[in-house]
Design a protein around this ligand. Structure first.
Ligand SMILES: Nc1nc2c(c(=O)[nH]1)N[C@H]1C(S)=C(S)[C@@H](COP(=O)(O)O)O[C@H]1N2
Ligand SMILES: [Mo]
Length: 505
């Protein structure tokens, strides 16, 4: 079974033809990238979205737990492969026709038209599809060119192959580089306005509240670059403010579409809000805080007169993400269009996302397009894949740094978060949990749903098992029993063995 395809290929096509078809596929993908960039008009993007949709839930859960961010890379390599395979197939069709008709240019032309059609259909972007079609056409035509003057042609072919190979290599390296650096935000680096002054002042004030921690851990407010990122797709929607609107629909007395301009006329607030992903490891770093500017959702919701029997709503986004949860939680939500005093970065939901206090990150829909009031509960994207991540967050104290100080003491530090229950205390044990002492805590940020920083320093003997746990504002001790993040978020107490010998000064 395995070698049927290669054998069929090698019977039908010469080696040179196969080489040119593969090169056509590579430069076709590279060409599409050259004109569309790392956007949803790039031929790989819609294929990737399809791969994401079709990947079974067990595999997604497994990838998140075991390969983490590499899961994205695997998805995208598969999507690249599929995109290339499609263009290679098109080039092969062109080569067959060229040979049958004995007209290389006609074959190239056909491959060009076909690859244009296929790319336009996949990306729904006819103009930019030329980026893929042009290179495929040229490479197919060249690959089909007859070897009339054998000697001449061999060297010419060799030159062509090396040129083509070099082009393909450049295209691929740029693509791979972008993938590795994760630089898929076209608007994040250029054109960013300086932060609004009021917020800059607010952020400075808050900065003073950060504890003086020797270890290298984030402050109380994460920059948008530091802020973690979780997306179901590799290609973020690229929406302008004018493109955006939010529709309230489903079981409502009155449907309503809200534009960005409409939002700006509503009362504006700045809120510090912490987000945490249900998929992160117990001591993971998918936990961050920013100050967000936006408007409360409740007045808008009241206006549309919800008549939902399940008291629940489905939120939908431009990347086909969707999540369902109770209206109760939605009512406390916030529609945000700025992060740390600047327009939302593309990767964090430009132009508008929702923030739901105290609930897991997945309820904080980015690129929000629709709020649909339901009569019956339905599963969201992650719930269809077995997660239970629409409820309130678990309480956690992170242990993000351990540092030997000049005074010979060991400093341990981190952040603690319990959503809207808030953090009341963090206690630390240096003897594996036998005895506990309260850690120093940063003053609470203004806000209903924010983390706190903690810090503790002690004089070490030989080796210590450091354990840390939080007590929330309602007096509940962080759950000791350990569980993995799937399906309800990690639980347990973070611990670490430390030995003064391990720190060189
Ligand atoms: N439209 C959309 N919204 C989304 C997601 C997504 O993939 N698409 N991911 C969710 C998840 S799982 C988390 S944890 C948060 C992460 O937000 P951030 O990327 O701004 O940190 O966004 C949520 N909102
Ligand atoms: Mo998440």
């Amino acid at each position: 079974m395995k070698d049927i395809v290669p054998r069929a290929l090698s019977e039908e096509f010469s080696q040179a033809e196969v080489v040119f078809a593969v090169l056509a596929g590579i430069v076709g993908v590279a060409g599409s990238y050259a004109v569309a960039g790392y956007t949803r008009q790039f031929i790989v993007a819609p294929i990737d979205a399809m791969v994401v949709r079709l990947t079974p839930g067990e595999i997604v859960a497994f990838m998140i737990q075991n390969v983490g961010e590499q899961g994205h890379l695997i998805h995208i390599i598969i999507s690249f492969g599929i995109a290339m395979a499609i263009l290679v197939a098109v080039a092969l069709v062109g080569l067959v026709i060229a040979r049958r008709l004995d007209r290389p240019v006609a074959g190239g032309f056909l491959a060009g038209i076909l690859s244009w059609g296929v790319t336009a259909a996949i990306t729904t972007e006819p103009a930019l599809a030329i980026g893929a079609a042009g290179p495929v056409m040229v490479f197919t035509a060249v690959g089909a060119a007859p070897l009339s003057e054998p000697e001449h042609d061999l060297s010419r072919r060799r030159a062509l192959v090396s040129g083509a190979g070099a082009l393909s290599f450049i295209g691929l390296s740029v693509g791979v580089d972008r993938l590795i650096t994760g630089n898929n935000d076209s608007d994040d680096n250029e054109d960013r306005q300086p932060a609004n002054e009021e917020i800059a002042a607010l952020m400075n004030e808050v900065d003073e509240q950060s504890l003086d921690i020797a270890g290298d851990i984030p402050g109380l407010v994460s920059t948008f670059e530091e802020f973690y990122n979780v997306d179901i797709a590799e290609f973020d929607p690229d929406l302008s403010v004018e493109d955006w609107s939010l529709t309230f629909t489903g079981e409502v007395g009155e449907e309503r579409e809200v534009t960005f301009e409409d939002l700006q006329e509503l009362p504006t607030e700045h809120r510090f809000v912490t987000l945490r992903c249900v998929g992160e490891d117990l001591n993971g770093q998918k936990l961050d805080t920013a100050v967000w500017t936006g408007t409360p959702i409740k007045p808008l919701l009241e206006e549309v007169d919800p008549r939902s029997e399940c008291e629940c709503a489905m939120l939908r986004a431009e990347d086909d993400y969707f999540v369902e949860f109770p209206i109760d939680a939605l009512e406390d939500g916030f529609l945000a269009w700025e992060m740390n005093g600047q327009a939302l970065p593309q990767s964090h939901g430009h132009p508008v996302r929702v923030l739901i206090p105290g609930h897991w990150g997945e309820t904080n829909v980015k690129w929000l397009s629709k709020i649909e009031l339901l009569n019956e509960e339905m599963d969201g994207y992650w719930e269809q894949r077995g997660w239970h991540g629409t409820g309130p967050v678990n309480t956690v104290a992170k242990l993000w740094s351990d540092t030997m100080l000049e005074n010979g003491n060991l400093e341990v530090a981190g952040h603690a978060y319990a959503g809207t229950r808030k953090i009341d205390r963090v206690s630390v044990s240096t003897d594996g949990g036998d005895t506990w002492t309260d850690a120093e805590l940063s003053d609470p940020l203004p806000g209903e749903d924010v983390w706190r920083q903690w810090r503790y320093e002690f004089e070490p003997d030989e080796s210590h098992e450091v354990v840390v746990r939080a007590i929330d504002g309602e007096g509940n001790l962080q759950t000791e029993e350990e569980s993995s993040s799937f399906p309800r978020g990690a639980s347990g107490w973070v611990s670490k063995s430390v030995n003064p010998m391990d720190y060189s000064s």
